[in-house]
Ligand binder design. Structure first.
Ligand code: SF4
Ligand code: SF4
Length: 291
C-alpha cells in the first residue's frame, strides 16, 4: 500500500506550521511508520524542534550555464529566452550570468546556435536524514524518520532541491505516512512540495493577516486539486472570526483548534518530547483515511 502523503502548509510564516507538522508526525508514529519531510529548504527547522541530529546523505547539484566567449557572436538570444532574467545582455557585449537568478532550466544552452554555452555543475544544497533522540518512546523512535534539505543558493534554484527531497521520500522509504512540512507562502517551492500530496492541512492563526494568507493557500490547493482543510493554531489569542469566514466562503472545514501553550513552547525549546494537545484529533482523521 502506498503511503498517504499529507502536506502541512500555510500561507503565512510564523503560524506554528512546523510545530504542527512535527507533532502530527510524532502522534502518528505511535502506530504507523512515518516519514517527516522538511521541505522548507531555505530555513529548515524540524530537526531543531525535535532535537534530531541530522546526517548529510546527498549533495544536490544544478547545471548552470558557462559561456565560451570565443564562440559567442553576441546575438543576445540566450538573454531573450531566459524567463528568470538571469542573463544580462547589452548590444555589442558578451552576455553576463546572474547566478543567483538562474534556476538551471537549460533553455539558454539549447537556444544558442553557436554552441557557446556549456553546462557547469553548481551545488544547490544537501539532503539530510535523522532519527529522534533517546528521550522519545522506543516504538516512536523506530517508526519515525526525518528527511530534510538545506539550500546553499537562493530561492530561484531551490525548487530543484525540493524536487530531490520529494523524489527521495517517494522512492527510498517504505512508510505508511509521509508528512510534508512546506515553506510558508504560495511560491514555487511550496507548489513543488504539495503537488503530489493526497491531502493538505492549511495552518493558520486568528489574525487578519492569517486569514488573508489562508485564502491564498486554499486557492492554490484547489487549483492543484489537493483536498484541504484548516487547522486553527494558537486559538484563543485573537479574533477567529476572519478565519471562520474564510472557512465558510471556501467550504473548507476547520478540523482542529490548537490552544496556545507557553508551557509547551518552553518544554520543546528545552528538548522535551513534543506533544501538542489537540493534534490527536488530526492524527485520528488521518488514521481513518488510511483504513
Ligand atoms: S545565444 Fe550564444 S552566441 Fe548568442 S549571446 Fe548567448 S552565448 Fe552568445
Ligand atoms: S539555465 Fe535557465 S534560468 Fe539559467 S540562465 Fe539559462 S535560461 Fe536562464
Amino acid at each position: 500500500m502506498k503511503p498517504l502523503m499529507v502536506a502541512i502548509t500555510g500561507g503565512k510564516g510564523g503560524t506554528g506550521k512546523s510545530t504542527i507538522a512535527c507533532s502530527l508526525a510524532i502522534a502518528l508514529a505511535d502506530k504507523f511508520r512515518v516519514l517527516l519531510v522538511d521541505t522548507d529548504v531555505e530555513c529548515p527547522d524540524d530537526h531543531i524542534i525535535l532535537s534530531v541530529q541530522r546526517r548529510k546523505t546527498d549533495e544536490v547539484t544544478l547545471q548552470i550555464p558557462s559561456f565560451d566567449f570565443s564562440a559567442c557572436s553576441m546575438c543576445g538570444k540566450c538573454s531573450e529566452v531566459c524567463r528568470k532574467n538571469a542573463i544580462v545582455f547589452v548590444e555589442g557585449r558578451h552576455p553576463i550570468l546572474v547566478r543567483d537568478r538562474c534556476s538551471g532550466c537549460g533553455t539558454c544552452s539549447l537556444s544558442c546556435r553557436n554552441n557557446a554555452i556549456k553546462d557547469e555543475d553548481m551545488v544547490a544544497g544537501f539532503l539530510y536524514d535523522g532519527k529522534l533522540p533517546e528521550n522519545y518512546d522506543e516504538k516512536i523512535r523506530r517508526n519515525f524518520r526525518l528527511l530534510s534539505g538545506e539550500t546553499t543558493v537562493n530561492i530561484e534554484s531551490s525548487a530543484r532541491l525540493v524536487d530531490s527531497l520529494m523524489k527521495n521520500a517517494r522512492e527510498n522509504h517504505d512508510m505508511d505516512f509521509i508528512i510534508i512540512d512546506t515553506a510558508a507562502g504560495v511560491h514555487c517551492n511550496v507548489i513543488h512540495a504539495i503537488m503530489d500530496a493526497n491531502l493538505a492541512f492549511a495552518v493558520t492563526e486568528p489574525t487578519p493577516f492569517g486569514s488573508h494568507d489562508l485564502k491564498l493557500i486554499l486557492e492554490l490547493l484547489e487549483r492543484l486539486d489537493v483536498t484541504s482543510s484548516i487547522i486553527l493554531n494558537r486559538a484563543g489569542i485573537g479574533n477567529a472570526d476572519p478565519v471562520l469566514e474564510v472557512s465558510r466562503e471556501t467550504g473548507r472545514p476547520i478540523v482542529a483548534e490548537i490552544e496556545y501553550s507557553k508551557d509547551l513552547m518552553e518544554a520543546y525549546s528545552g528538548g522535551e518530547p513534543l506533544n501538542v494537545p489537540g493534534i490527536d484529533t488530526v492524527a485520528g482523521l488521518l488514521e481513518m483515511q488510511r483504513c
